[in-house]
Design a protein around this ligand. Structure first.
Ligand code: NAG
Ligand code: NAG
Ligand code: NAG
Ligand code: NAG
Ligand code: NAG
Ligand code: NAG
Length: 499
């Protein structure tokens, strides 16, 4: 992050603080501040929050050694947020100045919501300013000090800010995560992702697949292909619940979100493919693929993908594969009850490009599958707060120097007790590291750790943006069973009611 940008942000924030305190001071005369302006300021505060998240991520890249370059897209996104914030804050100042010049005696009352709004704006602006100052100081000292603490030490009274950044599924249904603000809830290695938030909004209105070669407006395929022509990306939602029968595989472009919140969307027939793309969010739908492939296939150097609240049942090769140089993927809150395979991360011992692979596997319900929950090669797999019920061959496997840190998971065995395939001495490759930390092993389940090459460190230690709220294993099963997979209707309300 260039210093000039940081200074600019501080300047903008100061403007905001001044403007907001004036709004409070003059009260009723500021009826001039229209709802539209208020909405603009809310939007730009959100932009600043996202900007902060990105800033934190970037700080890390400069100081960290393990993590490679942040893509240009983040710089572009942040710059555009600065410009938007600057413009609408200037407008705010302008309006407030003119309202200061109006006849104060003619004002009748001080609108309560406006005061509340101004207070909130000030709290948030101050907080953002403090954070930025702390970051700059740390940067000057050139330390790798714990940036996470900076965020966590922020004002606890600001519930809006904190819950949106750090809470689990509940975050996704709060006002601060409505519509294309969803990325503020991103977690794990996909933290800082934006998906289609900067792009067009598109509503799927028909459930058929039209002519796949020449997609028809209103279809999901048409929405997905818009991004190919418009570099800004696309945020796709659905007019109503529907079952979409694909005739061909759906190739997803960069900067895309498919957001099925609030509806019951099932995609059948063919799977989704992500090849050499980045910044994609797949959220809240079911994928049923009838062919010989997995339902979501991530490969060929794809980066930055958040797969959240998907349901996959009976898929031949499982829900997600992440292969061939792909990285920075979070697979969270999914309901996965495929019969045999489940989640393959790295497909071949020969694929050494998978050394870059980093995947977070979080809050998924793995139910009655045989193997690969996940199976990991070469890279780093962080397996946290998942609920495993009745695996058959093994639950967590790894080969060729993969590193798997299993933390705070619940293992409830059915047909087999061993979590890892250590019993298979002849076929097992003993080069991976598989470490268990605070896992709950029920009903005689056993976890054989592979620690020949030492123990692992958590990404939380190296990666300040790495948010992953965890909960103790004793209350995890009810949360995961109520909240994993596609949520809508009563399932959604049950999840939100689950403590
Ligand atoms: C709010 O933002 C929009 C888009 O940036 C702009 O066109 C509009 O003039 C702004 N409204 C006010 C009152 O500043
Ligand atoms: C201010 O408003 C009051 C009430 O509407 C009016 O009586 C007074 O003349 C106004 N003063 C000026 C300077 O316009
Ligand atoms: C910061 O620290 C790193 C590693 O200790 C060092 O290589 C680098 O030169 C330092 N940068 C500055 C600006 O001092
Ligand atoms: C994604 O969006 C960014 C700007 O937000 C743009 O610079 C980039 O080219 C886009 N990527 C693709 C592949 O369209
Ligand atoms: C959700 O949609 C699928 C496919 O259309 C349907 O089979 C299922 O019954 C729906 N679920 C609910 C609860 O409506
Ligand atoms: C789901 O949540 C409800 C409401 O909080 C709770 O009563 C129920 O026990 C939960 N279900 C499971 C399976 O834990």
């Amino acid at each position: 992050m260039e210093m000039s940008k940081v200074s600019m942000l501080i300047f903008v924030l100061c403007l905001l603080m001044v403007a907001s305190s004036q709004a409070m001071a003059v009260g009723g005369s500021c009826d001039l501040i229209s709802n539209e302006l208020k909405n603009n300021v809310t939007r730009d505060l959100y932009g600043i929050e996202v900007g902060l998240k990105l800033l934190m991520r970037e700080e890390l890249v400069e100081v960290g050694k393990e993590f490679d370059q942040v893509p240009m897209i983040l710089h572009d996104f942040l710059s555009s947020k600065y410009r938007e914030a600057e413009r609408s804050l200037e407008s705010l100042v302008h309006r407030l100045s003119s309202c200061l010049g109006t006849n104060l005696t003619s004002s009748v009352y001080i609108p309560e919501p406006m005061i509340e709004f101004s207070k909130l704006a000030i709290i948030k602006a101050k907080k953002a300013q403090t954070l930025i100052h702390q970051l700059i100081q740390r940067k000057e000292k050139n330390t790798t000090a714990d940036h996470e603490q900076v965020l966590e030490s922020s004002d606890p009274s600001n519930e809006y800010f904190d819950s949106c950044l750090f809470d689990g599924t509940k975050c996704q249904y709060l006002p601060c995560a409505l519509g294309n603000k969803l990325p503020i809830c991103a977690i794990g290695f996909a933290s800082g992702i934006t998906g289609g938030a900067g792009g067009l909004n598109y509503v799927v209105t028909r459930s058929d697949d039209g002519h796949p070669k020449n997609p028809s407006p209103g279809t999901l395929r048409f929405g997905v292909e818009i991004t190919g022509r418009n570099k800004g990306g696309v945020w796709i939602i659905f007019k109503e619940s529907m079952e979409i029968k694909l005739k061909e595989k759906l190739w997803i472009n960069s900067n895309t979100t498919i957001d099925g919140r609030g509806v019951n969307v099932t995609i059948i027939g063919k799977g989704l493919v992500l090849a050499r793309v980045e910044n994609v969010i797949l959220h809240n739908f079911e994928v049923v693929s009838t062919g010989q492939s997995d339902t979501v296939h991530v490969f060929d150097g794809t980066r930055r993908v958040w797969i959240d609240h998907l349901t996959s049942r009976d898929a031949h090769l499982g829900l997600v594969t992440v292969l061939q140089g792909s990285t920075d993927v979070t697979i969270s809150n999914c309901y996965l009850s495929n019969h045999n395979y489940n989640m393959l991360l790295g497909a071949s011992d020969q694929d050494t490009m998978d050394r870059v692979l980093r995947v977070t596997i979080y809050r998924n319900w793995f139910k009655s599958s045989t193997q690969r929950m996940p199976h990991c090669r070469w890279g780093y797999c962080h397996v946290v707060n998942n609920y495993y019920m009745d695996w058959f061959y093994y639950a967590i496997g790894a080969r060729v120097h993969a590193k798997v840190l299993s933390e705070l998971n619940v293992f409830e065995p059915g047909r087999r007790l061993e979590v890892t395939p250590w019993f298979d001495q002849y076929k097992s490759d003993l080069t991976p590291t598989i470490e268990s930390s605070k896992d709950l092993l029920l009903n005689g389940a056993t976890f054989h750790q592979f620690l020949k090459y030492g123990t692992l460190s958590s990404p939380r230690d190296n990666f300040p943006m790495y948010k992953l709220p965890t909960r103790p294993t004793d209350s995890l099963a009810s949360l995961v069973t109520n909240c994993s997979g596609v949520l809508f209707g009563s399932k959604l309300s049950d999840c939100l009611a689950t403590p």
